[in-house]
Design a binder for this molecule. Structure first.
Ligand SMILES: [Zn+2]
Length: 389
């Protein structure tokens, strides 16, 4: 790979013919058409938060260097931004009056409203640019290494860069576009932002069904001119969730829906009954893990561990312990009711509070509640052997 250092280019040169697409949040071209600011393997512009973009301009106004910028020179003689896209898009948008900075008087100031000397200061700032030429694979490998600085690329952004091609382009158009009309629905079940490839990441994970690695899948489909399989599978999962659970609860967001779909989508469910149970469990004081409610119901309500059933508090434990112990001492038997009916030396053993645990006399799953009347203290061994909730 060949690299050349350019130190003569200024902000003004790069901003010549700057084109920015507000809808897709990407800077597209600059340097009078010679430069592609957002090639396929780059992520969307994420500096537009009124802080990072403003910081870029403030650095220029203080004549601080913006750091190294990397371009790739393609075989056709064009240039692509390899690293520096966020910084270039920030100053490109600023000099085209797309956002304001705060002046010393604390009023918003756009570029065209700045005094002439400050405008010149920004436009004449020199940039330090490395241009590299070489094979795609070595450039991409190198891109992985340099991107440890700044806002690091997330795993999916790296994969998009490594497997860039028609498949990634189509997949991003579907899953990484925050203007997609389905986005709101998707985001009630999936955590992560479309801009940082959070939805695409999940879509790929689902379609792999744990049978293959996401990178492997992307490499296999890299040159596909459609994303049919990915899209169909994704929509099947989403449709399944929303048809089984008619209520949308915030705890549904980020669950392992792909796994749950594979495990349960062939089981028939009664929507109304499910909705009733979801709401009953939400209102059940004993249920402390609301995230677990969905899998618990899908699995036929046989695994209360998913719900992390509330335990008895110390006040109840102490009260029940005192009562059981007093009664046991009067009768000359163990204060663990299970030890008391046994045939060994523990039959008369009086356990200390710290050696006992609280147990639901009637299991929660069989309708027992977490209150004093349904609490019994058992020695640890017997409590473990009961082991239900
Ligand atoms: Zn016992």
């Amino acid at each position: 790979m060949k690299t050349t250092l350019l130190t003569e280019l200024t902000v003004k040169d790069i901003c010549e013919g700057f084109v920015y697409n507000e809808l897709e949040a990407s800077g597209l071209y600059g340097w009078a058409g010679k430069l592609t600011i957002q090639p396929e393997y780059q992520r969307n512009y994420i500096y537009a938060d009124g802080k990072k973009d403003v910081a870029v301009i403030e650095s220029l106004l203080k004549s601080y260097p913006l750091g190294l910028i990397y371009f790739v020179k393609t075989k056709s003689g064009q240039y692509e931004v390899l690293d520096g896209q966020q910084r270039i898009t920030s100053f490109g948008r600023f000099v085209t009056d797309k956002f304001a900075i705060m002046s010393s008087g604390n009023t918003p100031q756009i570029f065209s409203g700045l005094p002439n000397d400050k405008q010149k200061l920004i436009l004449n700032s020199h940039l330090t640019i490395y241009v590299c030429e070489g094979e795609e694979s070595e450039i991409k490998e190198w891109f992985k290494t340099i991107n440890i600085a700044g806002v690091p690329l997330v795993q999916q952004e790296l994969l998009n860069s490594v497997y860039s091609g028609p498949f990634v382009t189509l997949a991003k158009a579907e899953f990484s576009n925050s203007h997609n009309s389905n986005m709101q629905k998707w985001q009630s079940y999936i955590k992560g932002s479309p801009e940082r490839q959070g939805i695409l990441e999940v879509a790929l994970k689902w379609v792999c069904k744990g049978e293959c690695d996401v990178g492997e899948y992307m490499s296999r489909h890299r040159n596909d001119n459609n994303i049919n399989e990915l899209k169909t599978y994704f929509n099947s999962v989403i449709d399944w969730i929303s048809s089984v659970f008619i209520d949308v609860k915030k705890e549904m967001c980020g669950l392992e829906w792909g796994r749950l779909y594979e495990k349960f989508h062939k089981t028939p469910y009664n929507q109304k009954e499910i909705s009733k149970r979801v709401n009953e469990l939400y209102e059940d004081y004993a249920v402390t893990c609301h995230k677990g409610i969905f899998e618990y119901i899908l699995g036929g309500e046989i695994d209360p561990k998913l719900l992390n059933i509330r335990l008895f508090d110390d006040r109840i434990k102490k009260k029940v312990y005192a009562r059981q112990t007093n009664e046991a001492k009067e009768k000359g038997i163990s204060n663990c009711p299970y030890c008391a009916i046994g045939n060994n030396s523990y039959r008369t053993k009086i356990w200390n509070l710290k050696d006992m645990d609280a147990d639901h006399v009637q299991a929660w799953s069989k309708g027992g509640v977490t209150d004093e009347a349904n609490c019994q203290m058992l020695c640890k061994a017997h409590n473990r052997s009961r082991g239900n909730a």
